[in-house]
Design a protein around this ligand. Structure first.
Ligand code: ADP
Ligand code: MG
Length: 698
């Protein structure tokens, strides 16, 4: 089986139902297993069997459905973009001509209606009038017919019937004005969709495009897609780092703002990991590429924003379902109007006044605008669904180590038991911790180095997630970890005193015997208290600390922060806590560092991973990714969610009410088709203006 996944560019989708049409067109091809279509990224991701169908066939299906599917390869896209420029110029000219003509027509009709001048339009012979209508209408009709052939009714189908009705009763001016507003509506929708796309495009524009690669001792500037893993790239002052990788030479200050929103630059030198799309300010670097292109952290960020539509908000599904019933409903009202009132113009008005595209666009536009604006500040939300859930968060659960604390603990005491030397306990612990990536392991290694001890690499190593490590060091079995490793043995008095001090204790057992304890302290991130206060201010009813650390340490910290806590939890217990709150009907947000919280992060309604730039597990397991270690981003995420959902709800509510009033007025014959045409374009404009505010949020 030759199962392939490809991305196909799809242009011309200005309406939420367009993605549905494209999806259906591609899905109907033989050999296509799955297809997802993204409005903002203007692409389709297709899973297909390459033996049965190929890319040209997929593109043809897209074109047959009435959209453009340009070829993506280098040379062709250059030519393509020229052609596109030409066509967009032609489009602009036509647009201006149409606008001027429509405006003149409107003024004339309005003038006649107000009696400012005698009938002008009646002096124009009807064939010319019809011609005017047809010029504007034919492109619309083409879409209507394409849709009809697929047994689909689109918004313009109804309006076209309205146009037909107007022509039938000899009102070509009415028909022309309806067509004019149909096209105005299209343009507004196109513009709105473009605004939303800008959020994605702005981000893509920041991606590195070229790299200076070291090949055979010489530097060569190459296109970014020519760079492969293992290449060494040279980055000069003021330049962008083009890949994720390790610094092999040089030193520099690196500005990560493009990726994480972090304003303070960091120092980078040999052995350190640097990330694509960040900027070298002072100094220069040689970096060995470990990830390139789409695989870099920045590449993933772009992909997530592009594909955020996958995780749609419930309210969006609702709007989609509404659209599906709305058009038939309008059709029915029109039929009733015609049958009961025998008034073709009122019928036309009913068909013209209803607009469903606005309602279908209301959610995606607002959601995309917010997600794009957030991504630029290091706050990545994987989809509208999570904005919706954040908006109604009840409980916020917080992991302690590495999330609430700086994650750079210091070992303050080494207390040996049974007369063993302190240095021996520390050295064995450091050996056992050699391969652990836990912040506490790092602290143990640092302490042993500071004491000038030589830590022997373990011959066997095993992480015990949530409570420690087990390793074979110098032929002895060494376990380092929480109280849990002691299996209920009584603690020496010294250890209890350290616990009461609020320190984190790491017990060291050698060959099954407790040999000592290390005490560590960690500092709370300075911005935490303010962030927790902000969360409470946003209506979160409960904030709770979840930790694998001992109860006394947790209690001390929880009291200091004024939050509840649960201590001595294993990763599985944290998952259980999340489930329990969900069982009570609460919407649960979990904030974690992702190292061993992945299960709880994934289970939570919204899992927020802190400081996740560069950590793959955290990015995969969570729903919201804070690319920088900054607690202020957590309440910020809630705030953005609030604002977005408020805009979405007003958009939908407004469109609904507006449509109901419009339909009623039209059915009762209070609205001429001309006024109906003017009226139907207003919700589009309101939604555009309302949602655009989200693009500018600070
Ligand atoms: P938290 O739940 O606060 O993030 P963890 O689940 O990472 O903390 O760890 C819980 C406890 O387990 C720590 O307080 C520590 O006592 C112990 N522990 C975890 N990992 C290690 C390790 N690598 N070395 C020593 N102790 C560890
Ligand atoms: Mg942790």
């Amino acid at each position: 089986m030759s199962q392939t996944r490809s991305e196909v560019a799809v242009l011309g989708m200005d309406c939420a139902e367009c993605t549905l049409h494209v999806r259906q067109a591609i899905a109907a091809l033989p050999g296509v297993r799955g297809v997802e279509v993204f409005l903002a990224a203007e692409k389709a991701v297709v899973d297909y069997n390459a033996a049965q169908v190929d890319l040209p066939a997929i593109r043809k299906a897209v074109q047959a459905a009435g959209y453009q599917a340009p070829v993506g390869s280098e040379e062709e896209s250059a030519a393509g973009s020229l052609a596109q420029m030409g066509s967009s110029f032609g489009r602009a000219v036509l647009w201006v001509l149409g606008l001027v003509f429509g405006a003149v027509l409107l003024v004339v009709v309005a003038g006649e209606w107000l009696g400012l001048f005698e009938a002008v339009t009646t002096r124009i012979p009807w064939p010319i009038g019809w011609l005017i209508v047809l010029v504007g209408w034919v492109p619309v009709l083409r879409n209507v017919i394409t849709a009809a052939l697929r047994r689909q009714v689109i918004a313009h189908t109804l309006m076209s019937v309205g146009v037909l009705a107007a022509l039938a009763v000899g009102e070509w001016t009415t028909a022309a004005i309806v067509v004019f507003f149909m096209r105005v509506g299209d343009s507004v929708e196109h513009f709105t969709a473009e605004r939303a796309r800008r959020a994605v495009k702005d981000l893509t524009a920041l991606a590195p495009k070229q790299a200076r690669v070291l090949r055979q001792g010489a530097e060569a500037m190459v296109e970014i897609d020519q760079v492969v893993v293992g290449d060494v790239v040279v980055v000069r002052p003021g330049e962008q780092i083009p890949v994720d990788g390790e610094v092999v030479d040089g030193s520099a200050t690196v500005d990560q703002a493009t990726l994480t929103g972090e304003p303070l630059p960091v120092e980078a030198g040999p052995g350190m990991r640097v990330l694509a799309a960040t900027l070298v300010r002072l100094g220069s670097l040689r970096v060995r590429a470990e990830q390139v292109g789409r695989d870099t952290t920045f590449g993933r960020v772009i992909r997530m924003v592009e594909e955020a539509e996958r995780h749609r908000a419930d309210v969006q599904r609702l709007a989609d379902r509404f659209s599906a019933y709305f058009l038939p409903f309008v059709g029915l009202i029109a039929l009733l109007t015609f049958v009961l009132r025998r008034d073709p113009l009122a019928t036309a008005a009913v068909l013209v006044v209803a607009c469903s595209c606005a309602i279908a666009l209301a959610t995606p536009i607002a959601v995309l605008a917010s997600i794009g604006a957030g991504a630029k500040r290091g706050l990545l939300v994987k989809g509208g669904k999570y904005l919706e859930l954040l908006d109604r968060a009840d409980v916020v659960l917080i992991d302690k180590t590495g999330t609430l604390t700086l994650g750079q603990p210091q070992i303050t005491d080494v207390v040996p038991f049974n007369g063993v030397a302190a240095d021996e306990v520390l050295a064995l612990a450091a050996g056992a911790e050699r391969y652990s990536e836990h912040p506490l392991a790092e602290a143990v290694r640092r302490a042993s180095q500071a004491h000038g001890l030589e830590a022997v690499a373990p011959s066997r190593f095993e992480a015990l997630p949530g409570f420690g490590v087990r390793a074979q060091v110098n032929g002895r079995q060494v376990i380092v970890g929480s109280k849990r490793i002691l299996d209920g043995a009584t603690l020496p008095a010294q250890a209890q005193a350290l616990e009461a001090d609020g320190k984190t204790l790491l017990y060291v057992a050698v060959d099954g015997q407790p040999q000592g304890v290390l005490a560590a302290t960690d500092t709370i991130r300075p911005e935490v208290p303010a962030a927790l206060a902000a969360l409470r201010g946003l209506g979160v009813e409960r904030i709770e600390l979840l930790t694998g650390d001992n109860s006394r340490t947790a209690a001390a910290l929880a009291e200091q922060l004024g939050v509840a806590y649960q201590a001595e939890l294993l990763p599985a217990d944290k998952l259980e806590v999340v489930r329990r709150y969900q069982g009570q009907g609460k919407t649960v947000v979990m904030v974690g560092d992702g190292v061993n919280d992945a299960p709880a992060l994934a289970q939570a309604d919204v899992g927020i991973a802190m400081g996740a730039a560069g950590s793959d597990i955290a990015v995969e397991a969570s729903h919201v990714v804070l690319l920088r270690d900054d607690w202020a981003l957590a309440p910020e995420a809630l705030r953005i969610a609030r604002r977005t959902m408020r805009v979405v709800r007003t958009n939908i509510g407004y469109t609904l009410v507006y449509n109901l009033i419009g339909l009623t007025a039209a059915a009762l014959g209070w609205l001429s088709p001309v006024f109906a045409a003017v009226a139907q374009s207003i919700p589009d404009l309101v939604i555009l203006a309302n949602s655009s505010r989200l693009l500018r949020q600070k």
